[in-house]
Design a protein around this ligand. Structure first.
Ligand code: OXD
Ligand code: MN
Length: 593
């Protein structure tokens, strides 16, 4: 046995001594094992069968009603120095955190099975991929990890080669919110999660490993772990550009990554290829470009709002072999959620007869878990060991006002400022109030495993003389008019904006230079077949100078939280934009390139 596998065995033994399980099961990731797990959960009532004619292989899990989202206030970064976690993270000293967690884990698996889940984040032979092992007492977590990661024997073989693995310990505990913690120990490359079975808290490969721990490792090793989808956009000339886009949770990343072109663009030859919908790991290649992989193997997407107009590709992949969580069901046992179609569900997400007076039938953060291979637009390049080259990075948020439909950064430092300044109205993916504007730099507020000031410096450090960095853009699909109506149709029509982005990347398109960045001339957006009022279009591209002044002044207050650790270059960039805003008269047209 190699020393890595010996270390793994020793750790499993220690955790078993602590948690006292009834039995230990090492997961091999085989189809037979997965089928047995589902069968066992169906027997125990932890999963419910769905209509086998319309949805073969699909099951439904109903969570404890108090355990339906991430819990950011209970999610800690436990570094020796408090400042290394930064003002952006709840912090606890590692010693204290270990003491608390040891007390919670002591004997917590009595009468339960301890599953050992070796997994690989990323294509199994990719130099960008990283492995971990999750210990859990929750069969639903194991089944989800099987869909979301490369799990089992191949991961174990890679762990043996790599010489290390991220250690994740999870227990469902009693699902008591008073006894719930998600602890990260980046200096130890370990995670401990207790008291929740919800995806973002319990599938440790996802947010905990692939974002919080990976972002820490990425900083040390010179790469980026980001909350971004990856999508390939193929133009009518047959060239495919890969775009990485960061949006906060439940802002349509899954929809954008699976976009179906509007009819006229589809006929003209546009195609969209899905590489990933949530997480992107990027590293500079020998050619100076950033190359990206999707560390995940499946999608854990928000169900409500997924419909024939918003995401037909998702609908096509969800009609078989999918685990649904907290959706409603129709009288004939089909999964149902708001935005799917006009049917009336029979049972709500808690399994009660549906009563609209009690709120939506499906929980607003109800989810589907499905293998990425089931997606009709899944990219053949998603399994590429060196990843895909990124042409553009897009930041976006849910902003009713101010932020235009699209604008481009003038250079990398400006792009980093754009990302650092991102804000969005909150959604149901995390517990807490919905619809409140909060600053969410690079959509990483809940996921950056270290001090944001150091994170911004890390981003800025990619600006090297030999680097061929992607262009950086900001989009806003959520702009509303004074009458409360969305001004932009969104969904498939977002390709019209991506078309402009790609033409900018190919240096085939001019832009209008403004103090906040480069905007499209309205005539340069392909709006063929779109019924968009000229007044709405000009509102979507309008720059409200007073509003931007307020935004950048507010940003200074938010930056102040980082003290002297904030990179001077970022503050310099903020002042440059503010000064340009104050000095500017009217916009002028810039040369392409
Ligand atoms: C997610 C999230 O589940 O961001 O992807 O909450
Ligand atoms: Mn996410």
């Amino acid at each position: 046995m190699t020393s890595t596998l010996a270390a793994l065995n020793q750790w499993v033994d220690e955790m078993a001594r602590l948690t006292q399980p009834m039995r230990i099961h090492w997961c091999d990731g085989s189809p037979a094992e997965y089928a047995a797990l589902l069968a066992q959960m169906l027997t125990r009532g932890e999963l419910h069968a769905l209509n086998a004619q319309t949805h073969p292989g699909c099951t439904l899990h109903r969570s404890h009603p108090g355990d339906v989202a991430r819990v950011e206030h209970l999610t800690y970064i436990c570094t020796r120095a408090r400042d290394d976690a930064g003002p952006n993270n709840p912090w606890m000293a590692p010693q204290e955190a270990h003491a608390r967690m040891d007390a919670l884990f002591a004997g917590c698996m009595r009468g339960r099975t301890l599953y050992v889940v070796p997994y690989c984040m990323g294509p199994i032979d990719s130099p960008l991929a990283r492995c971990g092992v999750e210990i859990t007492d929750n069969a639903y977590v194991v089944a989800n990890m099987r869909l979301m990661t490369r799990m089992g024997a191949p991961a174990l073989a890679r762990i043996e080669r790599d010489g290390y693995f991220v250690r994740g310990l999870h227990s469902t505990g009693e699902l008591d919110p008073e006894r719930r913690f998600i602890m990260h120990f980046p200096e130890e490359l370990s995670i401990q999660s207790y008291g929740s079975g919800y995806g973002g808290n319990a599938l440790l490969g996802k947010k905990c490993h692939a974002l919080r721990i990976a972002s820490w490792q990425a900083r040390q090793e010179g790469w980026l772990a980001e909350h971004m989808l990856i999508v390939g956009i193929q133009n009518p000339q047959g060239q495919t550009h890969y775009v990485a886009a960061a949006f906060p949770s439940a802002c349509g990343k899954t929809n954008l990554s699976m976009l179906v072109p509007p009819e006229d663009m589809r006929r003209a030859g546009w195609k969209v290829w899905t590489v990933g919908d949530d997480i992107c790991w990027m590293a500079p290649g020998k050619d100076g470009r950033l190359w990206a992989i999707n560390p995940e193997a499946g999608f854990f997407g928000v169900a409500p709002g997924t419909g024939a107009r918003t995401n037909p590709n998702a609908l096509a992949m969800l009609d078989h072999d999918t685990i649904f969580t907290n959706v409603a069901t129709t009288a004939d046992g089909q999964p149902w959620w708001e935005g799917l179609d006009g049917r009336v569900p029979a049972l709500d997400w808690q399994g009660r007869p549906f009563d609209p007076a009690r709120g939506p039938a499906a929980h607003p953060n109800s989810r589907f878990t499905v293998s990425a291979r089931q997606c009709p637009s899944f990219s053949p390049r998603a399994e590429d060991r060196q990843g895909v080259p990124i042409s553009a990075i897009i930041f976006g948020g849910r902003r009713e006002a101010l932020l235009p439909l699209v604008f481009e950064a003038r250079d990398w430092a400006h792009g980093v400022l754009m990302g650092a300044a991102m804000g969005s109205e909150t959604t149901a993916a995390a517990s807490g109030a919905v619809g409140v504007l909060r600053r969410d730099p690079m959509a990483m507020k809940p996921f950056c495993g270290y001090n944001f000031a150091d994170y911004f410096a890390h981003w800025l450090s990619f600006d090297q003389p030999d680097a061929k960095l992607p262009r950086v853009f900001h989009v806003n699909w959520f702009r509303k008019g004074s009458d409360g109506r969305f001004l932009w149709p969104g969904f498939g029509d977002n390709l019209r904006v991506l078309d402009w982005v790609i033409r900018r990347c190919e240096q085939r398109m001019d832009a209008v230079e403004t103090p906040i960045g480069l905007l499209p001339d309205a005539r340069d957006l392909d709006l063929t077949g779109l019924d968009l009022a000229p007044a709405d279009l000009s509102e979507l591209l309008h720059i409200d100078r007073a509003g931007w002044d307020r935004e950048l002044t507010q940003l200074a207050e938010d930056f102040a939280a980082y003290g002297p650790r904030l990179p001077a270059r970022l503050e310099h960039e903020r002042r440059r934009v503010l000064a340009a805003l104050n000095a500017s008269a009217s916009p002028r047209r810039a040369a392409s390139g």
